[in-house]
Design a protein around this ligand. Structure first.
Ligand SMILES: NC(=O)c1ccc[n+]([C@@H]2O[C@H](COP(=O)([O-])OP(=O)(O)OC[C@H]3O[C@@H](n4cnc5c(N)ncnc54)[C@H](O)[C@@H]3O)[C@@H](O)[C@H]2O)c1
Ligand SMILES: [Zn+2]
Length: 361
């Protein structure tokens, strides 16, 4: 029997999101029905509702979620009703070209379970990042459910499902930051602060937080930033160089997703340093850099999708570190809200008032 639940739907470019009734089918082979307990409001959800990711409206938003498995499809093994899981948007398939080459964090598999959810008139919903979890229940591929210790609070656990993992992983997995490195992070929202926390965990010696909002810089210090730069009033490239003996940082994380901040990251790194682009640009954005500088400065220019994470490897490990008091993930939760407050949470995010608003269901 399909389930009718409330969900947060973006109906058209720029239109405010609305609660609508969503029809969630029972799980078929390879699928799991999850009763969502918490789902964070990520900037990527706002990108969807602004039309920055595609034009497949209506979208069922929400993708940073944790919950309890309610039912599994007939052939599903290793997952059963009652399991506490974090939903992931990288269910590694083990069979695609990337997996077979031993690089499963680039797994190309797409999972269509969540696309079976519809409005009551049968209109298909496009689920954000193949998840669609601003809803009481969601239908996902069983591999999108990563079991973790139920001792962690759902509103904290869910954040590992996207933004916090993206930031931690950009530093720990993509840039392989290690003891003694200098790291600058441009854009200190939930993703950037997670990068700062990751740099601190990895033993970086200097961690420079850059943002245009002093409130964000104050929060960044709580996650381990050793220095802060307000780039609305000072040139971040000059400041980062000054803070690193004139050299630039070993690693610069761009967590905004704009050409000007990428350019700052490019020039604020040390010669032969590393830039990691985590922020998501929109399709109109262009980058203009002297090719000679790309050549002459050497080093590594990378992008990080989902922190190059492997959910089955990384989520349980990070949950354990949190439960041991070594990873204060709870600091990312600025507020918990109801399902009907997502639009308001977008506005608070745009005004810089929150790191993460998390919907509790
Ligand atoms: N690569 C991935 O896998 C992945 C995953 C999740 C989110 N993201 C992307 O990461 C980005 C950040 O997400 P978030 O949830 O932290 O967003 P957020 O809105 O909470 O944070 C963005 C931060 O950037 C700051 N900022 C804006 N313009 C700036 C500028 N010119 N210079 C310096 N700082 C500036 C803002 O003040 C804010 O603190 C978004 O583009 C999001 O889509 C990427
Ligand atoms: Zn996200």
């Amino acid at each position: 029997m399909p389930h009718e639940v409330k969900g947060v739907v973006a109906t058209g470019k720029g239109a405010p999101v609305a609660i609508q009734t969503v029809v969630v089918p029972d799980p078929g082979p390879g699928e799991a029905l999850v009763s969502v307990q918490a789902c964070g409001v990520c900037h990527t959800d706002l990108h969807y509702r602004e039309g920055g990711i595609g034009d497949n409206f209506p979208y069922l938003l929400g993708h940073e979620a944790a919950g309890l498995v309610e039912a599994v499809g007939p052939d599903v093994t290793g997952l059963e009703p009652g399991d506490f899981v974090i939903l992931n948007w990288r269910a590694v398939c083990g069979q695609c070209r990337a997996c077979l080459r031993g690089r499963p964090w680039y797994c190309f598999a797409t999972h269509n379970a969540a696309q079976k959810m519809t409005l009551t008139d049968g209109t298909p919903l496009a689920p954000a990042l193949g998840i669609g979890a601003f809803a009481d229940k969601t239908l996902v591929a069983a591999g999108q459910c990563t079991k973790v210790s139920p001792a962690i609070k759902p509103e904290v656990a869910g954040l590992l499902g996207c933004g916090v993992m993206a930031g931690l992983g950009a530093v720990l997995n993509t840039a392989s930051v290690t003891r003694g490195d200098s790291v600058a992070v441009i854009g200190c929202g939930g993703v950037g602060d997670a990068a700062i926390l990751g740099a601190s965990l990895a033993g970086a010696r200097k961690i420079i937080a850059v943002d245009i909002d002093d409130r964000k810089l104050n929060w960044a210090r709580q996650f381990g930033a050793t220095d802060t730069v307000n780039s609305a009033s000072a040139d971040p490239v000059e400041q980062i160089r000054a803070l690193t003996d004139g050299n630039g940082a070993d690693v610069v994380i761009e967590a905004v997703g704009r050409p000007e901040t990428y350019t700052q990251a490019f020039y604020a790194r040390d010669l032969a340093g590393t830039v990691v682009l985590v922020g998501v640009p929109n399709p109109q954005m262009r980058l203009d850099l002297p090719l000679l500088d790309v050549f002459g400065r050497g080093g590594t220019l990378k992008s990080s999708w989902y922190g190059d994470c492997l959910p089955a490897r990384d989520f349980p490990m990070l949950v354990d570190l949190h439960l041991q008091g070594r990873l204060p993930l709870d600091k990312f939760v600025s507020e918990t809200i109801a399902l009907d407050s997502v639009e308001e949470a977008f506005a608070k995010m745009q005004r810089g008032e929150v790191l993460r608003s998390v919907v509790l269901l």
